[in-house]
Design a protein. Sequence first.
Length: 214
Amino acid sequence: MKLKDKKTIIIADDHQLFAEGIFSILNNTDYKVVGYAADGVALLNLLNGFVPDVVLLDINMPRMNGLESAKRIKALYPCVKIIMLTMYTEQGFYNAALKNNFDGYLLKNIQRSELIDAIEKVLNGEKVFPPIGKNNFKTDDGNQSHTISAINSLTLREREVLKLIAQQMTMAEIAAKLFLSQHTVETYRKNLLRKLNQRNTVGLAVLAVNNGIS
């Protein structure tokens, strides 16, 4: 296949070594990596100059996470295929990718052949979502009632902060909007992480969206 005929790919991941590994995997295939971004804002800026066939996208990135980046890409460039390539095995992230009509959701521990096969499938119009409960994905069975109970226990202010986190606002922006100090907002964020059993702000945002808080 001639170089000009190769399908183009952009990688977005804040772990440069991982991105370089993906580049190495795809370098001698029918696909060509034409760009790299370390965060969601940089990715959108990159797409202003060149629209690829496929974006391989991590979830947890600075400035703008992968889920929000992907939603914006689908709105601006609906022809672009998006595969979430992540370490997150929680069903909430998986569901968010399905809900927003992304094209695939893969874990970073997949084999080289699985990645290439997934790219080929999405370019042919297929969706690539491994079954929940298999391939190391965690199910939320038995946890949803706990999640709902935890959300119901939040104070009005905590729900307000959670909603703004789901809208991709920074701690500084939330502080300004609610007329609070950034330290106070950060305290609310830590309380939300603890109460909702999430590891980071991305988890809070996904949980909020999946439960109608956005």
